[in-house]
Design a protein around this ligand. Structure first.
Ligand SMILES: [Zn+2]
Length: 142
């Protein structure tokens, strides 16, 4: 093969190559803006739901005998829709609970209130009688 021709072809090829626009490999840096899916770590504290036998009482002699002065074991006056009596070994005095959407406070104790039992305070004996005895679910607040 003619050496000159060979070079000529080579230069020709090179010139062609230089004409062809080198593909602008503008590597589009894919803006993968890692939109962090806000991992909602709003871990609600576990609700302490307790099933208890609920009875009711009022400050009368029938309900409280010699303790019928309306003063609770914790020394404060019992209030309707607020005071409950508890077994302080199960629910310590001062504990707030939710029953039926209402907040009550364990302020009292009672001889018959042992274990998973609560006694709900009412102002009148009629209301206490009406409540009777129920198995209810309460939420014990910390
Ligand atoms: Zn009573």
């Amino acid at each position: 093969m003619n050496k000159l021709l060979c070079i000529a072809i080579a230069t020709l090829l090179l010139s062609i190559a230089s004409v062809i626009p080198t593909e602008s490999s503008t590597t589009v840096a894919e803006t993968t803006t890692a939109t962090e899916t806000t991992t909602e770590t709003t871990t609600e504290p576990p609700r302490n739901i307790m099933t208890v036998t609920a009875t009711a009482y009022c400050p009368c002699v029938k309900c409280c005998g010699k303790w019928s002065d309306g003063i609770t074991a914790s020394g404060v006056k019992a209030k309707a829709n607020h005071t409950i009596a508890v077994d302080r070994k199960v629910i310590p005095l001062g504990t707030h609970i939710i029953y039926n959407g209402k907040e009550y406070v364990a302020e009292d104790t009672g001889g018959a209130i042992k274990g998973n039992k609560i006694d709900i305070y009412f102002d009148s004996h009629e209301e206490a009688l009406e409540f009777g005895r129920q198995t209810i679910e309460i939420e014990v607040l910390s």
